[in-house]
Design a protein. Sequence first.
Lengths: 77, 147
Amino acid sequence: MKIELISFGKISEFINNQNIEVDGIADTDAFKQYLENQFPPLKSMKYKLALNKNIVQENTEITNNSTIAIMPPFSGG
Amino acid sequence: MSEKKIKNIFVDGPIEPAFIADSIAKHNSQTAIGGHSIFMGQVRKDEIEGKFVAAIDYTAYEDLALEKMHQIREDIFEKYPLNCMHIYHSLGRIKAGEICLFVFTSSAHRKPAMAACNEVVDRLKAELPIWGKEIFEDETHQWKENI
């Protein structure tokens, strides 16, 4: 399964925007687990995911060619 | 579902006082308006562990932010009897003392304009995917976090 990964804020300092190929990951909970294994600093950070431009509020199924954004707490204004 | 017209709110660089003055002037012809409320966010020269903030560099997940802002806009127009509402947020490097946020609401009487203005600012800070990197005078940085 192909996923376009994009990151913002503090997280963009250690995760570059990239296309990744993952297998056996069905939903956003599993994807978080995958991310935290790949990028250990995430484990101790607060962050949210957006799946295809929707902020993930509850575990959501991931389909091929999705875009997933990793977002630290917001600080606009 | 209502017709969807996504407005841009992002401005590259600081929001100039002349732009704000001009926005106010543009309402001359809207004579049903009796009250405007304006909020302006200014980059504060915070002192953190002995270092001063020289600027904030703003980035955003623009598509998602504009989508979210559209929902907020619809909620606010549904809740308050507003004549109009304008929102601008800076992107890029904004120096201490410069304006980075401009929210402008207008209504027939002052109270809806004031309440809506407050609510928009609160929601925008909490809900829009925008990030501010505080850059210190020595070019080191830290990422801001809204509480």
